[in-house]
Design a protein around this ligand. Structure first.
Ligand code: HEC
Ligand code: HEC
Ligand code: HEC
Ligand code: HEC
Length: 213
């Protein structure tokens, strides 16, 4: 066992040393919504972070502390509270059960619930402005397309969920509208140029690349 861990660590160090020659060798990593926030909380962008924060996905961990959740956990005979059980956490937070190497820094916190990357894919490699402004490049760098692929939602919205409503099922087109957080139409595809213009007008200089690592 100890030997296994040592060789795993050694293997990982080797991958780090070799850099990202093959990005598929080192999978794209989760960075957490706080990183997306630096750009996606801006008014010009449409404040997707704020929309997400108001919605239920951000609350998905909190809901596991509710009376309803306790009741479900009891009925299922779980040995721990819902908010500590793998059986519940796996659909109520981002990145539950993944190895440490799946995260850029630390594993994501349960309390932050279901974050951007559960739907948009792990963001370590697509989060730069220039990459993000080019859809093909973003997809090549690991971005998913939840607006086109309902399987992303169905990983959680399915009959394995104890609160699944068989009659209602999951209406992808309708449910997407309920969580909409669009980039304003006149900004879409033009964000970098518009941001520059706005800053020039305000007399601010340069590109604030403190957002990029
Ligand atoms: C397969 C994924 C999945 C698993 C596993 C899962 N949930 Fe959920 N849970 C969901 C989804 C999806 C919803 C949202 C329901 C909706 O609006 O369609 C939800 C909603 C809930 C709600 C809120 C219900 C409401 O009406 O607002 C509670 C409470 C809950 N889950 C408790 C639990 C507990 C307790 C467990 C563990 C025993 C658990 N869930 C396991 C996917 C899951
Ligand atoms: C539960 C899944 C889910 C979560 C969580 C989520 N999104 Fe989205 N997001 C979507 C879907 C679905 C679309 C596409 C909507 C469409 O095409 O109809 C989308 C679209 C977007 C768009 C593009 C909008 C446009 O006009 O093209 C941005 C930007 C975005 N999301 C950012 C974020 C950020 C940042 C977060 C976290 C703060 C986040 N999303 C959290 C599902 C999600
Ligand atoms: C990682 C699991 C997971 C994924 C992926 C996921 N959901 Fe959810 N979703 C949940 C859970 C859990 C809840 C309930 C949270 C609560 O009640 O606090 C929920 C709630 C919702 C709600 C009702 C709450 C609201 O904000 O109005 C909608 C609508 C919804 N999801 C749509 C989607 C769509 C569309 C997608 C795919 C683009 C998606 N979800 C992807 C787990 C998930
Ligand atoms: C350094 C700034 C920055 C960060 C950090 C960032 N984004 Fe973006 N994002 C952008 C820009 C710029 C665009 C392109 C806006 C435009 O011009 O349409 C964009 C576009 C998007 C789109 C739309 C892609 C498309 O082509 O439809 C999604 C989805 C998205 N971001 C999600 C995320 C998520 C999720 C994270 C965190 C994991 C994140 N972004 C982090 C700047 C950023």
């Amino acid at each position: 066992m100890r030997c296994g861990i040592v060789s795993m660590v050694a293997g990982f160090a080797l991958v780090l040393l070799m850099g990202s020659v093959d990005s598929s060798a080192a999978e794209h990593q989760y960075i957490g919504a706080a990183k997306c926030k630096t750009c996606h909380k801006k008014e010009l962008m449409g404040n997707q972070y704020g929309e997400w924060e108001k919605g239920k996905h951000a609350e998905a961990f909190e809901v596991l502390k509710s009376d309803d959740a306790a009741k479900i956990a009891k009925e299922k005979g779980l040995s721990a509270p819902a908010y500590e059980s793998d059986e519940c956490l796996k659909c109520h937070m981002t990145g539950h059960g993944l190895p440490a190497t799946a995260f850029k820094k630390k594993p994501l916190k349960a309390k932050d619930g279901i974050q951007c990357e559960s739907c948009h894919g792990p963001g370590s490699d697509y989060k730069k402005k220039k990459t993000m402004s080019d859809r093909d490049k973003s997809i090549a760098a690991g971005m998913w397309e939840p607006g086109k692929d309902e399987k992303i939602c169905q990983k959680c919205h399915n009959d394995e969920s104890p609160t699944w409503d068989v009659a209602k099922g999951f209406d992808y087109e309708e449910r997407k509208k309920e969580i909409a957080h669009p980039i304003p139409e006149d900004v879409k595809g033009n964000y970098i140029a518009m941001e520059k213009k706005l800053k020039a007008e305000k007399g601010e200089s340069g590109d604030d690349d403190e957002e990029e690592e």
